[in-house]
Design a protein around this ligand. Structure first.
Ligand code: C2E
Ligand code: CA
Ligand code: CA
Length: 753
């Protein structure tokens, strides 16, 4: 909209200039066109200013309404002037009401400029600008008095009122130019503001030039000042169109050096100009000089005030930065840096006068699940609420911090009871967390490290590590609990690490006294009539002559990614053992971890191995534990590939996982291995009988065999046999042994199949 407007305006001014040329239609026509064109320009500026005022808000709105009023006043003055000149054909009287209209323009326009929302006009800026205006105007006044104004004043003239009016024009022009220049020097390039000030400067110039040319007798219709007026009004209109300033005051910007120096410079020039003229009109100049000095002093005072405000805001900012550096942005709790600082201080006190202290690390359980499933904003809400509950639980003197992620910490000083606090924290977390429309159960695991009066010195890192280890122990023992660090915990951690190192070596095939340290034991799986159907290969590890139970080393192998290697080692020994006895070759059942099963290479590896030793794939059974990961697409794919090879798939430990038989059914397993916990309780008051009978029944219906694990007594065997359980495994029928041992005839005779 701005560009078309500028185009139309420029075209308008050009047409007026052509029409005003006297030889087209005589002096009278030129004057008419000239007067009317100026009136129209002023009306355009008024209309656009009012339009902008209507649309703007706050100070910007007020500013534009004032400017529009100013141009409106000017337009009224111009209409009156035109009336005298064009209608009543008289010489416009001076002073007249037209002058009132003209002179009201700078008053409204300047006020409008000063109320504009602008950083430099915020606070004391507005007052300082006025003072600067006075100072600069006074200096310019002195300058112009020496050059032009004195001449006007001394020229022979009519009345005193006329004289004052005549003087009011150049003075208002000076003030307008001054303020406009100050604003422009200070303005960050913004089109709206620059256009307004540019227009005002243009107006002031046109006006002064008009005064001068009139006094000089050289003004004529169509002289450049007429176009300057028009252009200025049209520029004001452009400013109204282009102004985007919102009604808010922007943050204060640094005051430019130009702005600081300009008034002093002009004062200096003014004083220099006055010196040679002392004597002429001395009283007036003295008055002007005195107000200049007063304005200068006041301005200095304001600058001091501003500096104070500025330094106070710097101090506030520093405080804010300090706060941010030591607090967590999301929860407002202390951050890791501040927490470390406080703990160090507490450790210092402990070293000096044995003051006890405790450190709690509180970690949200399964927070990742919330974040992943409900989004980060839900996660943030939970963190904020958890922080709030922690804060409410501790005493005033204790420090609560967020160490990062979902990990919080509490520093307990002056002998507070850490266990008591842990219990209270767990209690505070037990109520569900409202997030949106949901109520989420969120729990915490807490690790506690304490430093009593009898304990020696300790470093921050050590204390944090202790609390961390205790927290992980709490997670392992089932979450939503608190565990206090003690030496045994450290030792078990250390043992874990040692075991891992040794297990790695064992899988790599290192031997001890010529014997492999990692071997397989074989446990028979038998028909109810006692015939061996298969052997299950189970890993055995002897470390420094002591056998480590699989329940200990299998989870370690799993956590450290060693399980695939271990599994392959056992499969290899199992497969080699069967191939030695090709004729009677019994089936072999091996265990494979789910993480290993996700490996797409596994089926091919096993196929190659079977090929190498010449074993029929149907003689191999792969046991996979029943657990959630069994549903992953990778595991599905591997199981399918194994079954395609002809290998049998068994679901191990069935019943303790989460799966229902119908879900397991989609995997189409060949065998279901009923977990031994169900078998163990079969005798006692018929507990689980229905479940076991149901599993047998359903497995048969989907074409799978059932193996009952952990058969230890003849009674269990009898019940299972009566339920049509296909196969049995357990100490009663044979313990895992280094060789393939079938149940002895004596034993079989002892039990009735
Ligand atoms: P699992 O696959 O359920 O193996 C059967 C476990 O039950 C074996 O324990 C076996 O000794 C034990 N057991 C057999 N009959 C009876 C009985 O009548 N009563 C009792 N109370 N227990 C009996 P083990 O050898 O300690 O193995 C524990 C677990 O370690 C196995 O459970 C299996 O999940 C895992 N595991 C063992 N070897 C390997 C392996 O080579 N690879 C993988 N991935 N896991 C293995
Ligand atoms: Ca097994
Ligand atoms: Ca099992």
């Amino acid at each position: 909209m701005l560009l078309p407007y500028i185009g139309v305006s420029a075209l308008g001014v050009l047409l007026v200039a052509l029409a005003v040329e006297p030889h087209w239609g005589g002096e009278q026509v030129s004057r008419g066109v000239d007067d009317l064109a100026q009136l129209i320009a002023a009306l355009v500026a008024t209309a656009l200013g009012a339009w902008r005022g209507q649309r703007a808000s706050g100070r910007s709105r007020l500013s534009w309404w004032l400017i529009a009023t100013g141009t409106g006043c000017w337009a009224l003055g111009e209409s009156l002037w035109s009336y005298y000149e064009l209608v009543s054909h008289t010489v416009t009287p001076f002073p007249s009401f037209a002058d009132v209209g003209f002179l009201l323009f700078p008053v409204f326009a300047l006020t409008g400029l000063l109320v504009r929302p602008s950083a430099m006009l915020a606070g004391n800026g507005r007052l300082r600008l006025v003072l600067d205006g006075v100072m600069v105007a006074a200096s310019l006044f002195i300058l112009s008095w020496v050059s032009v104004l004195g001449e006007v004043w001394r020229s022979p003239s009519e009345s005193r009122l006329g004289l004052l009016t005549g003087l009011a024009y150049p003075v208002s022009d000076l003030v307008m130019i001054t303020v406009a220049v100050l604003v422009v020097v200070q303005a960050r390039a913004r089109t709206g503001l620059l256009l307004v000030t540019g227009a005002l400067i243009g107006m002031a110039f046109a006006d002064s030039s008009f005064s001068y040319l009139t006094a000089d007798g050289s003004y004529h219709t169509g002289s450049f000042v007429d176009y300057l007026w028009m252009a200025s009004f049209l520029t004001l209109g452009a400013a109204a169109i282009g102004d985007q300033t919102r009604g808010v005051v922007l943050p204060r910007v640094a005051v430019s050096a130009w702005y600081l120096v300009l008034p002093y410079f002009l004062v200096a020039v003014g004083v220099a100009a006055v010196v040679p003229t002392v004597g002429h009109g001395a009283t007036l100049l003295l008055g002007v000089g005195a107000s200049t000095v007063l304005a200068l002093v006041l301005r200095q005072f304001l600058t001091l005030l501003d500096n104070r405000v500025l330094s106070r805001s710097v101090a506030d900012q520093r405080e804010e930065l300090q706060y941010q550096a030591f607090h967590d942005g999301l929860t407002g709790l202390a951050n890791r840096a501040l927490f470390a600082d406080r703990v160090n201080h507490a450790l210092e006190l402990h070293r000096r006068d044995m003051r006890p202290l405790a450190l709690l690390i509180c970690d949200l359980d399964d927070f990742k699940v919330i974040n992943d499933n409900l989004g980060h904003s839900a996660g943030d809400q939970v963190l904020i609420a958890a922080a709030e509950r922690l804060r409410a639980t501790v005493r005033g003197g204790d420090t609560v911090a967020r160490l990062g992620g979902d990990e919080f910490a509490i520093l307990l000083e002056d002998g507070g009871d850490a266990l008591d606090l842990s219990a209270r924290v767990l209690g505070a977390m037990s109520a569900a967390f409202p997030v949106g429309v949901r109520h989420l159960p969120v729990r915490m695991s807490i690790g506690v490290a304490t430093l009593g009066p009898a304990d020696g010195g300790m470093e921050l890192e050590e204390l944090l590590t202790q609390a961390d280890l205790a927290m992980y122990a709490a997670k392992r023992t089932g979450k939503a609990t608190a565990v206090t660090f003690d030496r045994a915990l450290r030792e078990s951690q250390q043992d874990d690490l040692d075991l891992r190192i040794d297990l790695t070596a064992a899988i790599d095939g290192l031997q001890s006294f010529g014997q492999p340290v990692l071997t397989a034991a074989y446990q028979p799986i038998v028909h109810p009539d006692g015939r061996v159907w298969a052997y299950e290969a189970l890993a055995r590890w002897t470390r420094d002559g002591i056998s480590i139970p699989p329940d200990v080393f299998i989870p370690i192998a799993e956590r450290s990614g060693l399980l695939p290697g271990l599994d392959m080692l056992i499969i290899e020994s199992a497969v080699k053992l069967t191939s030695l006895d090709r004729h009677t070759a019994p089936r072999m059942s091996v265990n494979i971890g789910l993480a290993h099963l996700a490996d797409a290479e596994l089926p091919r590896k096993i196929a190659r191995l079977l090929d190498r030793v010449g074993l029929d794939p149907e003689r191999l059974i792969v046991e996979v534990p029943e657990n959630r990961a069994i549903e992953s697409p990778e595991v599905h794919r591997s199981l399918k590939a194994l079954r395609r090879l002809g290998i049998l798939v068994a679901i191990d430990d069935f019943g303790v996982g989460y799966s229902s038989l119908s879900r397991i059914g989609t995997l189409d397993p060949d065998i279901i291995k009923l977990d031994r916990s169900f078998v163990a309780e079969l005798e006692t008051a018929g507990k689980h009988t229905d479940f076991v009978a149901g599993v047998v029944e359903l497995s048969h219906r989907m074409g799978a065999l059932v193996i009952a694990e952990g058969v230890e007594t003849p009674a269990q065997l009898a019940v299972l046999a009566s339920m049509n359980c296909d196969l049995l495994q357990g100490y009663l029928l044979g313990r895992p042994a280094p060789q393939l041992i079938a149940p002895s005839a004596a034993l079989l005779r002892g039990v009735s199949f």
